[in-house]
Ligand binder design. Sequence first.
Ligand SMILES: [Zn+2]
Length: 684
Amino acid sequence: MTVSARGRIRLWAGLVFATACSSGRTSAPSTTPVPAEGSAATEAPAAPTSAGGIPAAYRLEAPEWWAHAIAQGTRTTTGAPGPNYWQQYASYKLEAELNPVLKRLTGRGRVVYYNRSPDSLPVVYVQAYQNLFREEAKRNQQTPKLGGIDFDRVMAEGKILSSVAKPTEPGYTVTGTIMELRLPKALAPHDSLVMEFDWQFRVPSETAPREGQDGEVWFIAYWYPQLAVYDDVNGWQIDQYLGRGEFYMGYADYDVKLTVPTGWLLDATGTLENATQVFTPQTLARLDSARTGTTIVHVVTEKDKADSVATTKGADGKLTWHWTARNVRDFVWGTSPRYLWDAARAVTDSAKGKITSSSLVAAFYRPEAVRSYWDEAARYGRHSVEFFSKKLWPYPYPHMTAVDGPEGCGGMEYPMLTCIGGTYDSLSLYEVVTHEIGHMWFPMMVGSDEKRYGWQDEGFTQYDQSQAMADFFKGFDDEARNRDYYLRGAQAGYEEEMMKPADRYGNDQSYGIAAYWKPATVLVALREALGRETFEKAFREYGRRWLGKHPTPWDFWNTFDNVTGQDLSWFWKEWFFETWKLDLALDTVQIEGDSAAIVMENRGKAIMPVPLAITREGGGVERVMVPVSVWFGGEKRYTLKVAAKPAITKVEIDPEHGYPDSNRGDEIWSRGRAASSVTPTSKR
Ligand SMILES: [Zn+2]
């Protein structure tokens, strides 16, 4: 999901500013730092350290479930999935019809659930997300209070389950947004279960989060009974859907038939199986040219709408669209009688100048959405898919479509589709398009638990968004924006630790900091500390290892430690579990004989290796990385000795401004002017 520019202003409206390892081995310094004689480094009493040299205060404590997963061999200390790693699977065969007059969706489906766990399951859980809109629902966001899902038929293994059966007997119970199915017979390990459902619900209005209808466009999500995730670390994830906290979804195959009025365009997760039945030859030909050419093709224009030549006539005023998708986390669709359709080819992989894979990038939007630059959306989407395919790994799906949705969507990601509501300028529309497309990598392909660890998809995506924006808007510094939001929010007292379930934050500001801006910011800091190449290698390797799987934060951290060959637990602990501040400062530079003593201070609680740029007479700049271990003993001051000649004219800490320093302004020493230890009057 995106916190849009407007959303940010809303989030911050109440604030004063109301605007919008072995850690000794960081990247090789060009000057080898040595602890100076008589410096605080040697005077301070050493804090207790672990065998690896990481002090207790900075050590990561693994939870019990982690130790259990290691013992079971489902996870490993290297961060790769273990030899006994397993995850559940499902296969959905669904049919649904949308009645726009009654605003009702009726659906039925057959779901096969494959139990690949070593456990016998007497009950299974199914999501009933639409119950967020029941009058009496518990919620932590404002939503429409009209709706909820009604199950007309529930079956398991050919037997009808009743909602009024005794709790000790086979049957089902819906509690809030979770449905419990008590099975006629426990589902054995490596066996499968067939369930059938008939259901209906009122499609919520445009004030619903992430989905809904505004009378013109219909974005249908959370619309079928979806299995809850049962995993090797926490068993069933059956936390209620309250509005703020997002999702944890299993991988599955889908075969879906959707019936909507004739003349409506529809796009969905997956591949359209009956294109020749729903599209006219003209639409098919234009799609073909979009797939094979290099230009953006107007597949359906305003004139085509007026002439009713985009789709076939169907029967009884209805048209049924048949879709399939494999190995995806969810299935959603968007439909409207008003959509225009732009499409283009995105190159997702190439070798020796030849395109080896591509995908169809598209935009569905209403004619008046050009005021929000929607006629640029296909181009924005193409850049995003191509950029992330290069930066991370190739986009694997047949299409990616940005859908102009009801206002409440804000920006919301689904496999191959993103629902975007609201008004935008060109920068913010690119931002939301690239953010949601970034989510195809995290969490669509790398399927983390967003409810427990919001940063594991939002923070990573916020980071990736910044990379795409810098590429598209040549040099646009979105990282500085994230850092600014984080530091301002923290200063205003909204910071809570990142390792907290999304629904347990005190307010949306705290969640915004912990899930988006702080994680995106600390990834940049880590990149500065490790070097870009090492950082990106570890980041990609994490994705590669957990593609189509369910990584926990420990899998991410261990992969980084493993790939970089460093114990980075000090970093994970201080940024992910604590709300410590970083405040590095230069005190002074003193000439002592033929060496210069650069005295730096750690005025905060967080520790980091210290990147230094030392400028000498003649203009030469030397880069030094002081290892983080100089702070392991609780030191507040550290002195680095370097050669005095040629004379030093300037020393700067963190010259790339990649660190979230809470008090920027005391990082520079220049000759003839003492380093400022005065609080700066204005913050960056
Ligand atoms: Zn997001």
